[in-house]
Design a protein around this ligand. Structure first.
Ligand code: C5P
Length: 318
């Protein structure tokens, strides 16, 4: 608490992500699959505010608030505690209150929980003035929290390897336009989608999987930012599994393509479906068409790539 009775608080804005490519390799001994993925941060944002408090807590507002756990399972809370363990004894001590304004769909394959964790790391580093914690160290803490957290620190477009946590930026100039479809109450569990992918592969007898690698075709398309080339190169090995568990997603994909999307893809483990379009005007046409003709869902127009978690306000609260 500062002398004027006000408390410092830090607000960080963080985007959600979709996957332009998700190549799933063999199951490793640690229960994760070897991956090669291309993450792409898009313009739907959560805002996370942290401030010193008498006990650790997390509070969520926004359209998806009631679906976010606020107990010890909350990944943002785990992120704050993980970073607190790196503080020196002299540093300002004590727990924080975390406020999340949630706009990224929950359990949607857009890494919303991971985004909040990344934002919390950036906010707490600022609040606690941990100047000695560099980006590499922060990424190390992030990787311990979840496979997608390191990418949300950086944003942009990037290759994820290992289980997804090793991130390398991709050179990509310009902008892509997307229409996102998110079904209400359709949450798919990530572990279940990976397990279904393994089951479908075993059924098809495809067990000898090569080490996953990013495709040269997608890298070239991103360098040129040519919509139709990117459209042709989109790939998600989890899509068949997500559609098998939630057949409505197949209907959504078909409807979007019939309405003129350049391509449609399930994002990550789903159930968000991302449609690539060529312009803002095409995005408006497609979102109107989907709302009128497609299965019921929330429809959002976004662009990518956008930057990762960034401090937007350092302020005093009454
Ligand atoms: O790392 P994260 O907590 O996001 O992963 C959630 C679950 O997704 C894991 O427990 C695992 O079942 C599955 N997963 C996987 N292979 C990956 C990433 C996630 O099997 N590379």
């Amino acid at each position: 608490m500062s002398p004027g009775g006000s408390t410092e608080a830090v607000t960080v804005r963080v985007p959600g992500k979709i996957n332009l490519e998700l190549v799933v390799g063999p199951l490793r001994e640690d229960g994760y699959h070897e991956l090669s993925t291309v993450f792409h941060a898009v313009s739907v944002y959560d805002r996370v505010t942290v401030q010193p408090a008498s006990r650790w807590s997390v509070h969520v507002t926004g359209p998806f608030a009631d679906r976010v756990p606020t107990g010890p399972d909350n990944l943002a809370l785990q992120a704050a505690r993980a970073l607190a363990r790196r503080r020196s004894r002299r540093a300002g001590s004590g727990p924080v209150r975390i406020d999340i304004d949630k706009q990224i769909p929950v359990a949607g394959g857009m890494a919303g929980g991971s985004a909040d964790a990344a934002a919390t790391l950036v906010a707490c580093r600022e609040l606690w003035a941990m100047d000695h914690v560099d980006q590499d160290t922060l990424e190390g803490v992030a990787a311990g929290l979840g496979s997608d957290v390191p990418f949300l620190l950086r944003g942009g477009t990037a290759i994820g390897s290992g289980r997804g946590e090793q991130v390398t930026p991709v050179l990509a100039r310009g902008e892509l336009h997307w229409v996102l479809w998110v079904g209400e109450g359709l949450g798919l569990s990530t572990p279940e989608v990976y397990a279904e992918c393994d089951r479908l592969r075993a059924e098809a007898g495809s067990t000898d999987l090569p080490v996953p690698q990013p495709s040269g075709e997608l890298m070239a398309a991103l360098r040129r930012m040519e919509t139709d080339e990117v459209a042709a190169a989109l790939r998600n090995d989890l899509q068949a599994a997500a559609v098998s568990l939630q057949p409505l997603l197949g209907e959504v994909l078909d409807t979007g393509l019939e309405l003129g999307a350049r391509a449609g893809i399930v994002s990550g483990s789903g159930p968000t479906v991302a449609f690539l379009v060529g312009s803002q005007a095409e995005a408006i046409d497609l979102s109107v068409g989907l709302a009128a003709n497609g299965p019921t869902g929330d429809i959002t127009r976004v662009v990518g790539p956008v930057p990762g978690a960034q401090v937007v306000q350092h302020h005093r609260t009454p």
